[in-house]
Design a binder for this molecule. Sequence first.
Ligand code: PLP
Length: 370
Amino acid sequence: RAYLDNNATTPTDPRVVNEMLPYFSEKFGNASSRNHAYGWEAKEAVDHAREQVAELIGANPSEIIFTSGATESNNLALKGLLNKGDHFITCATEHKAILDPAESLAAQGIDVKVLSVQPAGLLEINAFKNAISEHTRLVSIMMANNETGCIQPVKELSAIIHSNQGLFHSDATQAVGKTPVDVNELGIDLMSFSSHKMYGPKGIGALYIRKGTKVGSIIEGGGHERGIRSGTLNVPAIVGFGKACELCKQEMQEAEKIKSLRDKLEQSLLSIEGTQLNGVIENRLPNVTNIAFTGVDGERLLLSLNGLAVSQGSACTSAVVEPSHVLKAMGIPDQLANSSLRFSLGRFTTEDEIDFAIQKVTAAVNKLSA
Ligand code: PLP
């Protein structure tokens, strides 16, 4: 068996699980309980995790709001900032967790512009400049694409929007933990990221909000997280997320090993006749490759890859079987998009798994295209 679907989710690192365990049992306190030691202990753990999370992205702990994951962080950034009459710019290759809230905001009177991308998946800077107006309040452009790994020129884009008095949000779910991300260096005002993409538990994530940026709440109640996100804090998950961030910072050099395994896989698969790479070779995440197998039905291919976990398009929306909107936006014809698979590696990927994948895919493609 081989698990090459780390962009869908990663296994929780055993060191993270260990760190979390006491917070389910003996250290079960509510971080908001102010008048006893159970509460203080939980609050201390949350404070420490907030520091670990902030440290990974070069932020101040007070700029981190814990959420249930990147979907919620994206919703919070967009809905918490935009008001009727505001202009908002995003792009066609974003995750549905940006595109869907953008669509509902458009229905509520926000002026939404969804930019197209170049065939390599990158935004065209001039088109971006031309889209900006004096009403542009927010821009949201993802740091790295979940399907192709393509990295957008975030630093350049944020500088442009800042010179026009707008704010820059980035969905950095696939970038944080895999590649160095520093919110100050990149000029980011708001950033979404998620624990389960970086060896932490599911159901926890964060929205980075630069000091001084006013964001309204979408979940109201007890006033947790500075009133921006109410609800009792999920202490074990937060502790795990913090540990996962610490480990990613310590082990950032693991990207080299992951990249060399990815390159081995990619080169072998591209040597099969009729294959091509979707997206760019340069400027992408080290752990992912997206390959089109011309003339082979992607669904049949997936079904014949017994024991190999990979995905077709985006796993997050795979309840709906239609060509990936990301590949479509890159100008890849539907048929080729449907013949494409995403392979995403991670910290625990072994060379044996890569050899298994190469052997499985080669055999299946040969059989199906015969
Ligand atoms: N944004 C991107 C780019 C993603 O890849 C994903 C998950 O696939 C999400 C957002 C959603 O993240 P979460 O599962 O934490 O809600």
